[in-house]
Design a protein around this ligand. Structure first.
Ligand code: IPM
Ligand code: MN
Length: 353
């Protein structure tokens, strides 16, 4: 019996997570996987009510779960950074979820903005380092509000942090068993300190332990270009935190939009957290119009990470069937021709067959 913590969070978060849970229930009813859910009321509303983004002791409580299912964090009435740093990043850091795993996969029946590209061309995974880089929180503002104002935001890289992300990516490339090609995305020509650490870690680890994996390198600007021009060149991409943030939004677009893009914040030795990467989309909140597929696929990733392959496969097949059915007109919020819960019902129906 797994214990899963559910944080619906802000905006469309609770609505899409509800559909993710609906599909999880339908799939596990067939596979026999059992779990209990505990719902946590965290997010912008709670912050506005109590002044706390993450109450004392909550992180330790969350350590007791097998996984966390997260909707979205972000509230229009809360200043930028408060919830992001106080809730989402705190969970990632304190639970040491050092991998942000973001598959970019175009399913048949889904439209991509890339002309002439199809599902056979767009199927790769981004392994984003999730605890360091520009997200470290190091730096500050001096002489604020004066003409002499100075601000720094330090790109913190440790060999340990880079290496563990790189090792995870090599293992994943081997496990995927496709092109067996791992691309390091960095900017070694400018970030000659932090990305030199990445570069050496990448080559040393690859040479010593992964001779079967082809090592490829692309600067982040070139990676952005190739993702649009030749996405079929990628199998697995490993990159630092900020670059990973940016290229995975682009990845989401080429796989059909934020409505289908799921991700996992993974601690391979601890508790991992799964989320649709699209955010809280406040303008669609409470209207039952947002696409729940990203959240449903986040549930699939959750099961996969727990080692429940059969349940994960069942969810993915159900998503694929729904997308190929032609019943969902578009994946954009408000344009699906169905409501959020109807899409959830459709996929849950397939998952339970
Ligand atoms: C994401 C988001 C977060 C990030 C924000 C909300 C802090 O954009 O999960 O990609 O930058 O990591
Ligand atoms: Mn992002």
């Amino acid at each position: 019996m797994y214990k899963i913590a559910v944080i619906g969070g802000d905006g469309i978060g609770p609505e899409v997570v509800a559909e993710g849970l609906k599909v999880l229930e339908a799939a596990t009813a067939r596979t026999g996987v059992t779990y209990e859910l505990e719902h946590y009321d965290l997010g912008g509303e709670r912050y506005l009510r109590t002044g706390e983004a993450l109450p004392e002791g909550m992180v330790d409580e969350l350590r007791g779960f097998d996984a966390i299912f997260l909707g979205a964090v972000g509230h229009p009435e809360v200043a930028p950074g408060i919830l992001e740093k106080g809730l989402l990043l705190r969970l990632r850091f304190e639970l040491d979820q050092y991998i942000n795993l973001r598959p970019v996969k175009l399913y048949p029946g889904v439209e991509t903005p890339l002309a002439g590209k199809g599902p056979e061309d767009i199927d790769f995974v981004v392994v984003r380092e999730n605890t360091e880089g520009l997200y470290s929180g190091m730096g500050g503002i001096q002489y604020k509000g004066t003409p002499q104002e100075v601000s720094t935001q330090i790109h913190m890289t440790t060999r340990f942090g880079a290496e563990r992300a790189i090792r995870y990516a090599f293992e994943l490339t081997r496990k995927r068993d496709r092109e067996k090609k791992l691309t390091l995305c960095a900017k070694t020509n400018v970030l000659t300190f932090v990305h030199d650490t990445w570069w050496r870690a990448f080559n040393e680890v690859g040479e010593a332990d992964y001779p079967d994996i082809e090592r490829d390198y692309a600067h982040v600007d070139a990676t952005s270009m190739w993702m649009i021009k030749n996405p079929e060149w990628f199998d697995v991409i490993v990159t630092e935190n900020m670059f990973g943030d940016i290229i995975t939004d682009m990845g989401a677009m080429i796989q059909g939009g934020l409505g289908v893009a799921a991700g996992g914040n993974i601690n391979p030795d601890g508790v991992s957290m799964f989320e649709p990467i699209g955010g809280s989309a406040p303008k669609y909140a409470g209207q039952n119009v947002a696409c729940p597929i990203a959240a449903i696929s986040a549930g699939q990733m959750l099961m996969e990470t727990l080692g429940e392959e059969e349940t994960a496969t069942r969810i993915e097949s159900a998503v694929e069937r729904a997308l190929a059915s032609g019943k969902i007109k578009s994946l954009a919020a408000g344009k699906m021709g169905m409501s959020t819960s109807e899409v959830g019902d459709l996929i849950a129906g397939y998952a339970g067959e």
